[in-house]
Unconditional design. Sequence first.
Length: 241
Amino acid sequence: MNETEAMMKHIQQALENEPRINPHRYPVKVSVVQDSVVMEGEVADIAAKKLALEAASAIVGTRGVVDRLRVVSSERRGDGAIRNSFANFLLNTNELRNCTIRAMSSSKLETLREAPPEGGGLIDFEVKDGIITLDGTVISLSHKRIAEVLAWWTPGCCNVVNSLDVAPSEEDTDYEVIDAVRLVLEMDPFVQPEQIDVKCSNYVVTLQGYVRTADERRRAELDAWYVFAVTRVVNNLELLS
């Protein structure tokens, strides 16, 4: 067994050892192309996707990971329907009201909203084969994170490529992540965040407190996973008796 084969075997073993990934139900193809590990396939949710990428990155010998994993969508939709839903999210989210929004359609950028010059930046997006790609420049890390979460919330979306720049640049901290997760929980109409406490250490988010239902518990956890740069979520939320 050569070095590449040994590395791929270790990665597959790491995927087997993570119960959230479930590679028997959702097989992940692992290959090596030009010294980078390429991961392809469908996974159950954003948690499985991030954990799979983390597992591969942690294996000795891995020099880079190419992410081609797609999250299984509960609703199969065409790119046009995904584009329209995501555009509505962007246009109707209060935190992004000062952003110019442009959508790629038929190889042309269509301006959906023009913000004033002193506004909150520019968000360009394209939907291709269920993947939402974000480009442009926004004024804060929170804006970058909110845009990505809205993309993940869009029915039919299977992956998000977030290439938004932040200008002026900001230092990312645990407090920035906490603020973003709290904001996302407040934005989610199916979550009541009043009794949820959010902590973060080195991009690992811990949720504590109480929720009404098991579905709300799961939604709150996924909301935290959707936040850009979060690598793990510890869900200690309890159900109200």
